[in-house]
Design a protein around this ligand. Structure first.
Ligand code: APR
Ligand code: PHB
Length: 396
């Protein structure tokens, strides 16, 4: 073993979950190390979601990494839903007094990495964790590789923030995990382009050809998605094909506003929902995508990573400050309650907007649901409070 590092909390993964956790613990004087399999360039180049709930933005401020988010992020006070020949806006601010922030996860990740490096704290890039050992009863160890050599981190706790294909969950014996999974028979084909968005706010579209979403990263950069077949490939789509199909699905009023341009990125994301329970095994804690994957409808994935980190950072801080273990003991139950709360919303919202089959009966039911949802004060309020994010504290 070439190198042994000792720290208080060993964090695997430098996605939003791992990075945010490292900052929040740092604020309380808790020592961490972050191990990341990929290079910094790779991590900072990944195009991911872009809607920050209230609570997520608050955590960024608590971490002290909010300058660019607050300067460049766009505050959105509502979204529009297009269905039939109608477009209905839901006003978050009117119903909840709050909005969401449009700020790319990619930018958030860059900010968190830069701030950690500026503070003189390490992130070991290109350092894949290979295994987590002795987390049940002893002193946990993370075995990792760097420059072809094996090293180890010895720590009090391990935070498995290494996404859905990470090593943390894989280190847990299968019989101790309960897995829940739902796979959808379609995906989202997404484009990112340097063109002004078609609308000031997001438009979610239920169309007879399939779902579409008009989103953005800034006033000059748009992100659009269209529902596609699971077996489809990016190679099947020229930029022109994409814009044509999107144009077909847009509500009439938006069609003239669409500005097209060459792709910066195009990708297909399959839709699925996955949860692994529990989220704690002795001194190993899972957070974010390592424990759960959401369908992207409603943009809950990143925000759930943030809520896990909220509960975990509180629990670890209480342990180091007061030797309290009750919050650590409750972490899994608390985090999972909010996870399932978001799943409920994401799955319902997915079912409301996508084309599942050719049966016109099902489409009629979706239209009736959308009509009720946008027409009832109570239903609009319920939608708004779920979209802007259920308060973390409510689950503690
Ligand atoms: N060792 C070290 N790092 C690893 C390993 C490993 N064995 N396996 C995976 N990683 C890294 C990945 O390279 C990635 O950078 O862990 C990180 C996990 O980050 P994310 O996948 O971004 O997951 P998370 O931080 O939980 O973020 C939540 O919300 O919008 C959704 O899925 C989207 O990324 C998003 C997520
Ligand atoms: C995005 O901009 O990537 C996005 C926005 C809203 C969603 C999902 C994805 O519901």
């Amino acid at each position: 073993m070439a190198k042994t590092i000792r720290t208080q909390v060993g964090i695997i993964g430098s996605g939003p979950a791992g990075l945010l956790l490292s900052h929040l613990l740092d604020k309380h004087g808790i020592e961490t190390i972050v191990l990341e399999r990929q290079s910094r360039l790779h991590v900072e180049g990944r195009i991911r979601a872009g809607v920050l709930e209230q609570g997520t933005a608050r955590l960024m401020r608590e971490a002290g990494v909010n300058e660019r988010m607050d300067n460049e992020g766009l505050v959105h006070d509502g979204v529009s839903l297009a269905f039939g020949n109608r477009v209905e806006r839901i006003d978050f601010r009117a119903h909840t007094g709050k909005g969401v922030i449009i700020y790319g996860q990619t930018e958030m990740t860059k900010d968190l990495i830069q701030a950690r490096l500026n503070a003189g704290k390490a992130i070991e890039f290109e350092a894949p964790a290979l295994a987590v050992e002795d987390y049940r009863t002893g002193t946990p160890r993370i075995i990792y590789e760097k420059n072809g050599e094996r090293h180890e981190v010895i720590c009090d706790f391990v935070a498995g923030c290494d996404g859905s294909h990470g090593v943390s969950r894989q280190s847990i014996p299968a019989e101790q995990l309960t897995l829940f999974e739902k796979v959808y028979p379609f995906g989202w084909l997404g484009i990112l382009a340097e063109v002004p968005p078609v609308n000031d706010e997001l438009i979610y579209i239920n169309h007879e050809r399939g779902f579409a979403l008009c989103s953005m990263r800034s006033h000059t950069r748009s992100r659009y998605y269209i529902q596609c077949a699971l077996e489809d490939h990016v190679e099947n789509w020229s930029d022109e094909d994409f814009w044509k199909e999107l144009h077909r699905r847009l509500p009439s009023a938006a069609k003239d506003q669409l500005v097209t341009g060459p792709r910066l990125e195009m990708s297909i994301a399959p839709l699925r929902c996955f949860v692994a329970e529990p989220m704690r095994f002795g001194k190993l804690f899972l957070a974010g995508d390592a424990a759960h994957i959401m369908p992207p409808t409603g943009a809950k994935g990143l925000n759930l990573a943030a809520s896990d980190v909220f509960f975990l950072s509180r629990a670890l801080t209480a342990y180091y400050a007061e030797k309290r273990t009750d919050l650590l003991d409750r972490y899994s139950e608390t985090a999972l309650r909010r996870v399932w709360g978001s799943i409920r919303f994401s799955l319902w919202y997915t079912s409301l907007l996508h084309k599942f089959d050719e049966d016109p009966f099902n489409h009629r039911i979706q239209l009736a649901d959308l009509t009720y949802m946008t027409g009832s004060e109570a239903a609009r309020t319920s939608f708004a409070e779920n979209y802007i994010g259920l308060p973390f504290e409510k689950f503690e």
